[in-house]
Write a protein that binds this ligand. Structure first.
Ligand code: HEM
Length: 368
């Protein structure tokens, strides 16, 4: 008889979910986790199909970007997406690179530093503040909110909404060329976006950068510091930086789990998810599926196809993909250029934590 796998709610699983993921993929590709209250989907192909299935929707309750009614959701995506790529992104690149160098140079004279505290928590927040056109002094507040209640796709904390409203009011009167101004002057269905919608989108971008991107950057740096030969290759050939980032997102994604609610019975993993059920799409498991990736636990920046599920799939696929790649590239380049001896501090081992989002909580490095 097959043993029931442990629950996602077990503290041991949060410490290291990979053994559970393997059990699920091998023997329970569709599993009802009673304690967690969700059906678990764990294989790459099933996770991808579930994310793209229109019968599986963002679960209530919620008033985030992902919960917008279908027409409004498509309109807001069409508005925001071009502002996070191409020319709009090129316009903030220099500022992000500068911020990365300023942060890295602060470490130069130190023996040791914690890159989570002193780099990863700051750079993505600085990048989002720059993209929105907020004063750069706001970076400290955004970084502080991202430690507590401002998350990638969570509710907008009242303090964040209160802080953003005066900036919105100013852009309504005197728009500039930043993303907040684009949102303030845009029309969706022929009407300007209400203040609450502008504040909601801006807060989503700040949280996505500060929380998810900060964590992804920490997991990325941990992978490279754990593989000094591959780190040396990226140092010698900076063009490998994007491949290294993609491989980190496959092996150790920042978002491990995306929830959905089934509007109808949906076949998955050889079974059927019942209508009304909650579904957990396990991105962290999908990236380690041996049926999709040879030797999936190995970090290999030369992997030709690291997959693309770390940012989801289907109509809710992340809008921040090019933006995060730019932040990761600027961050790594600044650290490698400024700190030639970067390596783990003696005896230090990173300890990833979290299940919804997951990353090392500290990265203590030797700087010189
Ligand atoms: C490496 C960092 C990031 C990761 C791993 C990540 C991951 C994800 C994932 C998995 C989803 C899909 C959620 C779902 O299907 O329900 C998502 C959605 C989203 N992401 Fe990200 N994200 C990151 C950074 C960002 C950034 C920097 C931004 C904006 C600047 C952003 C904006 C969004 C938005 C707006 C959505 C909702 C899309 C929709 O519902 O249509 N993300 N992200």
């Amino acid at each position: 008889m097959r043993r029931t796998p442990p629950s996602l709610a077990e503290p041991d699983v949060a410490r290291d979910p990979y053994p559970l993921y393997r059990t699920l993929r091998d023997a329970h590709p569709l599993h009802h986790d009673e304690r967690y209250g969700a059906w678990l989907v764990s294989r790459y192909a099933d996770v991808r199909a579930a994310l793209a299935d229109p019968r599986l929707v963002a679960p209530p309750p919620g008033r985030t970007f992902s919960h917008l009614e279908q027409g409004t959701h498509a309109a807001h995506r069409a508005l925001v997406s071009p502002q996070l790529q191409g020319r709009a992104l090129a316009a903030v690149r220099a500022g992000v690179e500068r911020a990365a160098f300023v942060l890295a140079r602060r470490l130069v004279r130190r023996e040791e530093a914690d890159l989570v505290e002193e780099f990863c928590r700051w750079l993505p927040s600085a990048a989002a503040v720059a993209a929105l056109g907020l004063p750069h002094e706001e970076t400290a507040r955004v970084a502080a909110w991202s430690r507590t209640d401002l998350t990638h796709l969570g509710a907008v904390p009242a303090a964040v909404a209160d802080a953003l409203r005066p900036h919105v009011a100013r852009r309504r009167v005197r728009p500039g060329d930043d993303l907040l101004s684009v949102l303030c002057t845009a029309r969706a269905d022929g009407r300007p976006l209400p203040d609450e919608a502008v504040v909601g989108i801006a807060a989503t971008l700040l949280g996505a950068a500060g929380e998810a991107t900060g964590r992804a950057l920490a997991a990325h740096l941990a992978n490279l510091l754990d593989h000094p030969a591959q780190l040396a290759l990226v140092r010698a050939r900076p063009a490998l930086s994007d491949a290294a980032w993609a491989e980190s997102l496959r092996r150790d994604p920042a978002v491990h789990l995306v929830l959905r609610r089934a509007l109808a019975p949906v076949p998955a993993g050889g079974g059927t998810i019942p209508a009304g059920a909650t579904v957990a799409c396990l991105l962290g498991s999908a990236g380690r599926d041996a049926a999709r990736f040879p030797d999936p636990d190995r970090y290999d920046l030369f992997r030709t196809d690291p997959g693309r599920l770390a940012f989801g799939a289907g109509r809710h696929r992340c809008l921040g993909v090019p933006f995060t790649r730019m932040i990761a590239g600027a961050g790594l380049s600044a650290l490698l250029t400024t700190l030639p001896a970067l390596a783990w501090a003696p005896g230090f081992r990173p300890a990833p934590a979290g299940l919804l989002t997951r990353a090392p909580t500290a990265l203590v490095v030797r700087v010189r």
